[in-house]
Design a protein around this ligand. Structure first.
Ligand SMILES: [Zn+2]
Length: 265
């Protein structure tokens, strides 16, 4: 039963009466209001503009055909992802996935009652055949954050969400705080394709919560490509700003709308 199927949505509608929907960024009660007025300014400030693609000179992309993330991993975006990961708030991950569908793929989001539902994006299917979430590093929290983030994407792009395709090959040590070389050695071969039939010959959209060095996404791509995937593109809600230098504004007139269109993946 898909996340956005009628029975699932009906169940969540009942739950809304007891636990009203909250802002994923600050946790304030929102109900049927689409975006939180208190967070709008900061959320906009944390967007990576004008492009959301990751630069291969700043991230290790390995065999990935590319990667993108609409936000910098700071402020309320960082707090939202940490809440999704560590505070038993799977709904936060779904809400962030809705924002991802909107900002990275141009999906229009409509409220159905107190639930934001991403609308189908025409033609998006041409670029990908399936969505694969990065497997959970731990089973403790009972849900996988990238998988929850991928649910609205699957709805918006009308793609199958293959949650069983990729799994951990062996126990992975904690990544946070490690230098890049250690991270790379740590995750290389950390994932394996459990069902090659789901992957072979397919163009995969890989979903993660945060891309830091890129080592984890690259290791997933390695496993998927080895199993016969045609290509793997990674998308995440946020990425760590590696360069701290502010680029000067461009003097020449630009076509921001055209550039934005090009950046849609
Ligand atoms: Zn808020």
């Amino acid at each position: 039963m898909r996340y956005y199927s009628a029975p699932r949505r009906a169940l969540r509608g009942v739950r809304q009466l007891l636990y009203p929907r909250r802002c994923p960024f600050c946790n304030a009660v929102l109900g049927s209001i689409r975006t939180c007025p208190d967070c709008a300014e900061e959320v906009d400030r944390l967007r990576r503009k004008p492009g959301i693609r990751l630069d291969a000179s700043q991230h290790y992309l390995g065999g990935l055909s590319g990667a993108a993330a609409p936000f910098r991993y700071e402020g309320c975006v960082r707090r939202a992802i940490l809440r999704a990961k560590y505070q038993a708030a799977p709904w936060t991950a779904v809400e962030l996935g809705v924002v991802l569908a909107e900002l990275a793929f141009g999906s229009e989001v409509r409220m159905r009652g107190a639930e934001p539902v991403p609308q189908r994006v025409e033609g998006a299917r041409l670029g990908y055949d399936c969505i694969v979430p990065v497997p959970a590093s731990s089973r403790r929290r009972g849900y996988n954050v990238p998988e929850r983030m991928a649910q609205p994407l699957a709805e918006a792009l009308d793609l199958p969400l293959e949650t069983k395709a990729l799994g951990p090959a062996r126990r992975k040590n904690r990544q946070a705080g490690l230098p890049f070389e250690q991270r790379l050695a740590n995750v290389a071969g950390a994932f394996r394709v459990q069902d090659p039939d789901l992957i072979e010959g397919r163009r995969v959209l890989l979903v993660d919560d945060v891309i830091t060095t890129g080592a984890t996404a690259a290791a997933c791509a390695q496993a998927l490509l080895s199993a016969g995937a045609e290509s793997v593109f990674a998308v995440a809600v946020a990425t760590v700003a590696v360069a701290t230098v502010e680029f000067p504004p461009i003097a020449q007139p630009t076509l921001p709308l055209q550039e934005d269109a090009d950046e849609e993946i």
